[in-house]
Design a protein around this ligand. Structure first.
Ligand code: C2E
Ligand code: MG
Ligand code: MG
Ligand code: MG
Length: 278
């Protein structure tokens, strides 16, 4: 009977795996046309001064609006875009669009920093990445110091050429932020070796920092480490006043999270800016 059960479980999993790969193949097929059909949109989540609630920047986050499926979350399609290589073109679109945004808000009388996510796949072709970045800056005329690239820790484990491309990005004036910090394996020595400006504390530490002493300690350590290395810190996933207060007390100046706002379309972000608190 155990054997039978085993076989049933096996069938169940292979079926599930099959469904999963069919879904992936279908999504990939639809993803191939998404750019030309203008189905992507950038949402913006405010980055806020934790002391007074003033909006000082934002993170651009991609959304895929598919006519049949509705909005597909990046958690679902970014891995497929990375696996298939489509992330190169999608990533280039993201940086173009993100670079255009500060000017629009500047015309509204506000100077807002914009950070955007760059995938490891894009870093694997550094020459192309640099060319696209330079083109996006030139085409938009944006002041590069307003722009910020978010990369993940795992990239720093690949010593080959990473230092060089990161220095080139910094030389353009763009800031570098390490995303989801604390979830990977970067050590102090890695951090010192690369020209990183900002550590983004992963939301998993923030969400439990008010009742889990280990997470609270982690948050405190990251903030101390950042300051020792003369980097700034951004806390992700600030969902409550308790989170805000705790992070602010530990010396973290900037945060983002549902406590302030979910990521919103550009026009809605403009309204947030006008609404005083910004
Ligand atoms: P991320 O870069 O770490 O972005 C933060 C994610 O946390 C976003 O999810 C955001 O909506 C969510 N978030 C913000 N505040 C809160 C909060 O208070 N609580 C909780 N639970 N979540 C919060 P989103 O937009 O679904 O993006 C997920 C991931 O997809 C991003 O994680 C990033 O890794 C990737 N991604 C998004 N846009 C892009 C893009 O343009 N290019 C690339 N390569 N990756 C992207
Ligand atoms: Mg990010
Ligand atoms: Mg993050
Ligand atoms: Mg994340």
């Amino acid at each position: 009977q155990a054997k039978q059960q085993g076989r049933a479980t096996y069938r169940f999993y292979t079926q599930a795996l099959h469904d999963q790969s069919v879904e992936r193949v279908q999504l990939e097929r639809l993803l191939r046309h998404a750019l030309e059909r203008h189905e992507f949109e950038l949402y913006y989540q405010p980055q806020v001064d934790l002391r007074d609630g003033r909006i000082i920047g934002c993170e651009a986050l991609i959304r895929w609006n598919h006519p049949g499926m509705g909005q597909v979350s990046p958690g679902r399609f970014i891995p497929i875009a990375e696996h298939s290589g489509l992330i190169i073109d999608i990533g280039n679109w993201v940086m173009q669009e993100a670079c255009r945004q500060p000017k629009r808000w500047h015309d509204q009388g506000r100077d807002i920093k914009v950070s955007f996510n760059v995938s490891a796949r894009q870093f694997m072709r550094p020459a192309e990445l640099m060319q696209s970045l330079k083109a996006a800056l030139a085409e938009s005329g944006v002041d590069a110091t307003r722009m910020e690239v978010e990369l993940t820790e795992s990239l720093l484990l690949d010593p080959q050429g990473m230092g060089e491309v990161l220095h080139e990005i910094r030389a353009l004036g763009i800031q570098l932020a390490l995303d989801d910090f604390g979830t990977g394996y970067s050590s102090l020595s890695y951090l010192r070796r690369f020209p990183i400006n900002i550590l983004k504390i992963d939301q998993s530490f923030v969400s439990d920092a008010d009742n889990n002493p280990d997470d609270a300690e982690m948050v405190k350590t990251i903030i101390g480490m950042a300051h020792n290395l003369r980097m700034s810190v951004v806390a992700e996933g600030i969902e409550t006043e308790a989170h805000r207060a705790l992070l602010a007390m530990q010396g973290c100046r900037v945060g983002q999270g549902y406590h302030y706002s979910r990521p919103v379309p550009a026009e809605e972000f403009s309204r947030l800016l006008q609404r005083g608190s910004g």
